[in-house]
Design a protein around this ligand. Structure first.
Ligand code: UT7
Length: 315
């Protein structure tokens, strides 16, 4: 507990990691899956996915990059949270790996809200900073490839592996202007993975629920910040299907030119999609200091979370 008078937080470091091995749509079709690059791209926006990553290793790599950008080391971190639903072991948490590899001084825990995990963790980290922590390393990471039923064309095409990370630091002003989070546990049967099992889902129902939930949640977060859709410079959505992103963006009133879309390269790597998209858009100079961002995602559970943030990194 360092500063009980802390008033807010901001992101000062970012990074991501994707496994080297790439599986293209064509590779899936060539491997015998009854599908085509055209079908997958048209219906999902996906061209390829990265596979073969271990959650702890990808988390560590993304976290290391985020620390470097922030100009801090593990010794400066009060807490690392790894949002994942694919930990390398049932116990301990994957955060223990990151804690060891990056020499984190403070605590370590995992958070499980499936694809919404990163947003949940970011919101939680902000609250912890408001109550006294100085700096939290927030990581979203998933290795979904071991849980994909590779001969099921309805789901095999959608998923991949990856990790993204941010360093959230105490700041005199609050950059998390507003957030909304929620869940509908009654919908937990529409997407799940049993112990020892593979990803199972009712794709159409997930699609419908996601559009409905994220639209409402995003709208509430924008309203909560006292803003309108026109004030959002960049929508940084969960990357599950570009048609889901388009449906949400049009309902909320954000043109697709202001949505960050990385799904073509990564497919859906669950808790990693939002921090990977953010890292991509900061590195290619789309996101600029002073911009207002809307982070919005959903995951099995169903869970959802939206956050409106000012992008205000350190100089
Ligand atoms: O983070 C949450 C994770 N999950 C999701 O986000 C899933 C959300 N849902 C989706 O993204 C979409 O529902 C899917 C991509 C899973 C499916 O797209 P769709 O447009 O809803 O297709 P559909 O299930 O209605 O299938 C249309 C047709 C069917 O053929 P028939 O019955 O019309 O003859 C399917 O058998 O397309 C067929 N089909 C495919 N064809 C070629 C389904 N998957 C494929 C495929 N390649 N990979």
């Amino acid at each position: 507990m360092n500063n009980p008078n802390a008033s807010g937080s901001r992101i000062v470091g970012w990074g991501s990691d994707l496994p080297e091995k790439v599986l293209t749509n064509q590779d899936l079709a060539d491997g015998g899956l009854d599908t085509s690059d055209e079908w997958i791209f048209e219906r999902t926006g996906i061209r390829q996915r990265h596979v073969g990553g271990k959650t702890g290793e990808m988390s560590t790599n993304a976290g290391r990059k985020a620390l470097e950008v922030a100009g801090v080391t593990g010794a400066d971190i009060d807490l690392v949270i790894v949002a994942t639903s694919t930990p390398d072991q049932l116990m301990p948490g994957t955060s223990a790996t990151v804690h060891s590899e990056l020499g984190i001084r403070g605590g370590a825990c995992d958070m499980q809200a499936v694809c919404s995990g990163f947003s949940y963790a970011l919101i939680a980290a902000n609250g912890l900073i408001q109550t006294g922590l100085d700096r939290v390393l927030v990581i979203g990471a998933d290795s979904l490839s071991p849980y994909v039923e590779w001969d099921n064309r309805s789901s095999a095409i959608l998923f991949g592996d990856g990790a993204g990370a941010v360093v959230l630091e105490r700041h005199s002003e609050e950059t998390l202007l507003s957030f909304d989070l929620g869940a509908d546990g009654d919908s937990r049967h529409i997407g799940f993975t049993d112990h020892g099992g593979k990803i199972t889902m009712d794709g159409k129902e997930v699609f419908r629920t996601a559009v409905r939930a994220v639209t409402k949640s995003a709208q509430q977060a924008i309203d909560g910040a006292g803003l309108t859709a026109a004030d959002i410079d960049w929508f940084v959505p969960h990357q599950a299907n570009v048609r889901i992103i388009e449906a949400i963006a049009s309902r909320v009133g954000i043109p697709m030119e202001r949505a960050i879309v990385t799904i073509q390269d990564t497919a859906n790597n669950s808790a990693a999609t939002i921090p990977v998209a953010l890292d991509t858009a900061v590195r290619d100079d789309r996101v600029q200091p002073g911009d207002t961002l809307l982070l919005g995602g959903f995951g099995f559970g169903m869970t959802w979370a939206s956050a409106v943030m000012k992008w205000d990194p350190r100089d």
